[in-house]
Ligand binder design. Structure first.
Ligand code: G6P
Ligand code: MG
Length: 218
């Protein structure tokens, strides 16, 4: 038996903030006259704020000064922050507490592995800070997903070997990062999109505790 570690992405896995990121990007894209669809937004999931803006500007074939870039980056984040300001525990995705509580009761170490620089305040708002032994967010990583850095740091902090870590992710880039780290990847979302994931579930309501127990080797 090996000690297992569970690593959770935040946006779109634990909380329903993926829709707010989309709305904030859509708002900016409309303002700049750049078409932006929900399909395109899939490519922004798990990707750092800065990189998302670079991609958006590439799509719009816009070249801008550093100060203009920074000002749009700040605008997107301010817009996003307005959505999350009033967030409560009601925005924790269905059946996530079921899994977190089960793992906590069994003393299985858990980490957060998110590209977001807003991860800590969001976790605080929804009251989930105490569940995590380690919180690795966008303020600590230098290489964005699909680079495995964020999950490798989390595994290190949990003191669990990468091959004994299980990662929950809703982003293509995040699944790739978990796979590259040699971890077990669990996709939360659509099978047609998360094709590289080891397992895929629509959401946590589809995940039985029996499955979690097996993964954790309890
Ligand atoms: C998560 C989301 C991305 C977002 C990134 C940075 O990974 O899936 O869509 O761009 O975090 O978030 P931030 O809150 O720092 O802008
Ligand atoms: Mg996500």
């Amino acid at each position: 038996m090996h000690r297992k570690g569970f690593i959770f992405d935040l946006d779109g896995v634990i909380v329903d903030t993926a829709k707010y990121h989309y709305l904030a990007w859509k708002h900016l894209a409309d303002e700049l006259g750049i078409p932006f669809t929900k399909e395109q937004n899939e490519q922004f999931k798990g990707v750092s704020r800065k990189r998302c803006l670079e991609i958006l500007l590439e799509w719009g074939e816009l070249k801008v000064s550093q100060s203009q870039f920074n000002s749009w980056l700040a605008e997107k984040n301010e817009d996003y922050l307005q959505y999350i300001e009033t967030m409560t525990a009601s925005e924790i995705l269905p059946d996530v507490p079921k899994v977190l509580n089960f793992l906590k009761e069994h003393n299985v170490p858990m980490a957060l592995g998110s590209a977001s620089k807003n991860a800590r305040p969001i976790l605080k708002k929804v009251g989930l800070i105490p569940y995590f032994t380690s919180i690795v967010d966008g303020t600590q990583v230098t290489k964005a997903k699909p680079d495995p850095e964020v999950f490798m740091i989390a595994a290190g902090e949990l003191k669990v070997m990468p091959q004994h870590c299980i990662v929950f992710e809703d982003a293509l880039a995040g699944i790739e990062a978990a796979n590259r780290a040699g971890m077990t990847s669990i996709g939360i979302g659509k099978k047609e999109i998360l094709t590289e994931a080891r397992y895929v579930f629509k959401d946590f309501t589809e995940i039985e505790l029996k499955f979690i127990k097996e993964l954790a080797e309890l």
